[in-house]
Design a protein around this ligand. Sequence first.
Ligand SMILES: [Zn+2]
Length: 176
Amino acid sequence: MALSLLGWQKNKIQDFCSTIQEVTQSISFCENCGCMTVGDTCQNCRGSDPNQSPCPLICVVEKPTDVFFIQKFKPLDGSFHVLGGKLSPSNGVEPEDLRIESLQNRIRLMPNAEIVFALSSDMESEVTIHFITSLFQDIPSLQFSRLARGMPAGSSLEFTDELTLTHALDHRIPLT
Ligand SMILES: [Zn+2]
């Protein structure tokens, strides 16, 4: 990185350094939902009143950057919750290592909410989803959903892996 910076103009290096410094000093993670914010609590959590929303929706993601990807391509009419990882007992990641307790607190205030899991397609995500949904069996009005699985846009069958093709066939969509 240092070597590549040598090719930059000095004023650009100074701008870059001050931006990095500003980010590390001012940006943090919301203590409630885990999204990036300035201060302890994000604007959404500061101003949110779950009873005001007719269709509360919480999109559960793994990393703060996932929020940006989703908002960039498909802005959601709802809020996000960043877990900070996925359950992985074999790697020592237990429920207390993730932002699950604050998710529980949020969801219990929104008994009619839809919780959308926007996690990766792997075994750790499955374990995480199973664990979190099992915490709310006493609230039957909650709806849980996950991202659809299937063929990536523009892909060819011959380059599709077995798991993706299996999911795509299992969750095929009727032609209307
Ligand atoms: Zn927040």
